[in-house]
Every structure is written in C-alpha cells, then in structure tokens.
Write a new protein. Structure first.
Length: 154
C-alpha cells in the first residue's frame, strides 16, 4: 500500500534550491532601507510627462473599390510600354493615385488623398512621359514627373 503522504526528497531539494534565488531577488527589488522613508522622499528632479493630444485622422468617405489596384506587378517592374498597352484604364488611374499619394506623403503632406482632378492630371503626365520613353519603368516615369512638376507637390 502506498503512503498517502510520502515525501519526495528530490522534490524538496529542488524547491529549496529555488527559494534562495527568489529570496535574494525579493530583497533586491524591495531595496535595503531600514525604515519607511518612501513617503518622505521627494524627487530630486521632476520631468513633466508630456500629454499626447490624440490626432484624429480625417474621415474619408470613399468607395474602397475606387482605389483597389488589380495590376499584379510592382510599378518598379512595369515598363512604360506595358503601362500603355497592358494595363486597363482603371489600373493606370489607380497606379497614378498610388504613386502620387505616396510621393506627396514622402514630401510631408498629411492629406489623405489628392483630389481626383490632380490624379487625372498626374496620370496624363505619366501617359506623356511613357509614350516618349517606353523602356522606362512606370515608377521612374512617375518619380521624374513628380519631381519636375512642382504642381503635384504639397
């Protein structure tokens, strides 16, 4: 018959070996003060904590399908020739909106999205650059247009 209260001496040894490090950690965390001086303590230097004011994002009421890109390739991997001959009109417009929004954001604009008329103008500019430079990548054509025409910049 097994003893109901049998003590495993190995288990006791393991528990004792854990108690010493835990006791040391508790003393280190509690500090070594001989009295309760915490209530009397005053900070030697007070640094005010900055209160962050939450920034509210602008509310944009946009049909999500309007900006959904269906072009499967990266713009850096798309030639201007493919832009003109392989992309649909919607894919070209969304690409123009994507790249213009990203460029304006990188330039410090906090606008959520550029106006459609600006996207239309940017797309038209990309059309012209790509027609003249079919071997250029779409990303380079858009970047060159953005940098050269300050009307697109914030």
């Amino acid at each position: 018959m097994a003893h109901c209260c049998a003590v495993d001496t190995e288990e006791i040894a393991v528990r004792k070996s854990l108690l010493v490090p835990l006791a040391i950690a508790a003393v280190l965390l509690a500090g070594c003060s001989s009295g309760d001086h915490a209530a009397d303590a005053t900070p030697t230097s007070a640094v005010p904590i900055a209160q962050e004011t939450p920034v509210e994002a602008p509310v944009i009421d946009v049909d999500p399908e309007k900006y959904r890109q269906t072009w499967p390739n990266q713009y850096e991997d798309t030639s201007c020739a493919t832009y003109g001959n392989g992309m649909t009109a919607k894919e070209r417009w969304v690409a123009a909106a994507d790249m213009l929004t990203a460029a304006r954001s990188d330039s410090g604009s906090n606008e959520a999205l550029p106006e459609d008329s600006m996207v239309d103008e940017f797309e038209s500019g990309i059309d012209e650059v790509c027609a003249a430079n079919p071997d250029l990548t779409l990303a380079l054509a858009a970047a060159g247009l953005y940098e050269s025409d300050t009307g697109f910049q914030p």
